[in-house]
Design a protein. Structure first.
Length: 583
């Protein structure tokens, strides 16, 4: 791709994508090192890569395309063989009649374009794209899970060893170790993990039944059947995962927990493993934790408006306690990590005690709970207080001792972040009282409670509709439509004087790439501030209903209401909001 430095410089200045001074310094640096101007601009992060490539596309007169989130039709993708696509950084992404659109890093690679034209007998239209777009497209070359497993079982299934129970522990362990090292078993486990990553699964469930092994993936919070394997593969799969996780091969009666890592050029994941004895064998659940994932901002998580302002205000306070509540899998830990990312600076000492450590954070001192050797949340927190921390994150407040220590830490000049299992934000107050925390201590230390759930996001292809009379009757028990109407009007989504039945909502639309119409997730929130009036109600040991009414009087938006707002903005559907609220 030939874009002269002077051309690039002129267009960047004309588009005001970079200041003249910074561009001049970059140009001097390029001349000094004998490099291209674009390389210096990217190396010093003076301009986002996508903006730079868009500018180059404009100069060359070639359309730009971003495929980072694009799901390509497999038939179109395979028009260009995978080896050619990888070696020349070119992918086919759209076919219209006799025209084939291809994305490239070098649209002036005429030799490759001519080769594809002759091979496909199609008119090739070149588009400029980003390296990340090419990487995303290349990952989609993997054949379907069923096809890949069909090949493995057809070619090598007969070689899978079935391990029978043995009275001699040593003999059984040797048999299991042998089964774990067989090529078909290694390929099965590797393929299961690879496809889980490609499909953005958060968990892999491997469940033995009487006659077969069922594999399910949790994608966007919903479990889906992925594969059915022959029963003979069960013992080898379990043995292989135990070997990877450094667990006892011959222990079948007790649960075991472990970890291992999966790393390739394209991804790096930490796998958290739980093995549980069940009637037909041993069930395995593996949680996938991306080690290359970047922390989200609070706004990217789904917090907005007054809820975001209250969260940021609480984080600016040097002392106090912030709690995030919700059921397992509702994104509480991700919210805590995002808060720590906001707080993380050289001026503060952040220490955590977690079970498990889900993501590694630079400059944060993270401690793993080890109950077997006596390192519990309470003992870990007690030790952290002697480490001169400014900010403490406790993975979960589970018992009276941990609750008492967390409250005392907040009282003695620390900012404490933690999670609690309650259904809503006001419910955190009676939960703490159940743990023997005095109401006056709660009102003195607690700054904010955030309750949350994760809802699936609608794809770009979606259908709009308006609520019918039957819809209004069905949803009326779950939310106050008068409050929802006021919120929609305040947000500018609904015109003043209009009713909820005139608001536009959205529902999923089935497509070939996304049959259920959803992709990704976003949070819905309920942010409960500890105002002076709420503190008085807490000290009076009043009911949760009184706390909730007072909070709503002072502007708290409930999770259902926040869900309706996001549904009206087209982020999710009302049915999805109600699914996670009522499940």
């Amino acid at each position: 791709m030939k874009v002269e430095d002077q051309q690039l410089k002129a267009f960047l200045l004309d588009a005001k994508l970079i200041g003249a001074g910074a561009l001049e310094d970059a140009e001097k640096e390029a001349k000094k090192g004998g490099k291209k101007l674009r390389d210096i601009l990217l190396a010093e992060e003076l301009i986002p890569e996508e903006e730079l490539i868009k500018t180059e596309a404009y100069i060359l007169g070639v359309p730009f395309v971003n495929l980072e989130e694009e799901q390509i039709d497999p038939e179109v993708l395979r028009i260009i063989p995978e080896p050619i696509a990888k070696s020349h950084n070119i992918v086919a992404f759209r076919k219209k009649g006799k025209e084939l659109e291809v994305a490239m890093l070098d649209p002036q690679d005429l030799v490759t374009i001519d080769f594809i034209k002759k091979k496909s007998d199609l008119k090739v239209r070149a588009r400029l794209t980003t390296p990340q777009s090419i990487k995303n497209a290349l990952q989609q070359y993997s054949q379907s899970l069923e096809a890949e497993f069909g090949d493995i079982i057809k070619q090598e299934g007969e070689g899978i060893t079935t391990v029978q129970d043995s009275r001699e522990a040593k003999s059984e362990q040797e048999d299991l170790k042998k089964a774990a090292e067989e090529l078909p078993v290694i390929r099965i486990v590797d393929t299961l993990i690879k496809h889980a990553i490609l499909q953005r699964a958060s968990d892999i469930h491997i469940e033995p039944t009487e006659k077969e092994v069922i594999v399910r993936y949790r994608i966007d919070g919903v479990l889906r059947d992925a594969m059915v394997l022959p029963k003979q593969a069960a013992s080898g799969i379990v043995a292989r995962i135990k070997v990877l996780s450094d667990l006892k091969l011959d222990e079948h009666r007790l649960p075991q927990d472990g970890r291992f890592k999966v790393e390739t050029e394209g991804y790096k994941y930490s796998m958290r493993v739980s093995i549980l004895p069940v009637f037909d064998g041993e069930k395995i659940v593996m949680r996938l934790l991306s080690e290359s994932a970047q922390a989200f901002t609070l706004a990217e998580l789904g917090l907005s408006g007054s809820a975001l302002e209250r969260a940021e205000q609480a984080l600016r306070r040097p002392v106090g306690m912030i709690l995030v509540t919700g059921p397992t899998g509702s994104g509480k830990t991700t919210t805590l990590y995002s808060m720590m990312e906001v707080l993380n600076s050289p001026a503060v000492n952040i220490s955590t005690v977690e079970d498990p450590i889900e993501y590694r954070m630079p400059r944060v001192n993270q401690t793993q709970v080890r109950s077997k050797v006596g390192l519990t949340f309470a003992n870990g927190l007690r030790s952290l207080l002697r480490q001169d921390p400014d900010i403490i994150m406790v993975g979960e407040i589970r018992d009276q001792e941990t609750a008492s220590l967390a409250v005392n830490a907040a009282l003695t000049g620390h900012l404490v972040l933690s999670t609690l299992h309650t259904n809503d934000a006001p419910g955190a107050i009676p939960r703490l009282i159940d743990m023997q925390v005095e109401p006056f201590l709660i009102s003195s230390t607690l700054s904010l409670v955030i309750a949350q759930r994760l809802v699936r996001k609608l794809c770009d292809e979606k259908e709009e509709y308006k609520l019918t009379k039957s819809d209004l009757e069905r949803f009326s028990e779950l939310c106050d439509f008068d409050r929802v109407e006021k919120l929609l009007i305040a947000e500018g989504i609904l015109k003043a004087g209009k009713g909820i039945h005139e608001a536009t909502f959205w529902r999923p639309k089935e497509t070939k790439e996304n049959p259920d119409g959803y992709k990704g997730r976003v949070g819905i929130y309920e942010v409960f501030p500890l105002t002076e009036s709420i503190k008085r109600i807490i000290e009076e040991e009043s009911s949760v209903d009184n706390l909730r009414k007072q909070a709503q009087t002072e502007g708290m938006v409930s999770m259902v209401e926040d869900g309706f707002l996001k549904a009206a903005r087209g982020l999710t559907s009302i049915e999805e909001v109600l699914r996670v609220i009522t499940e």
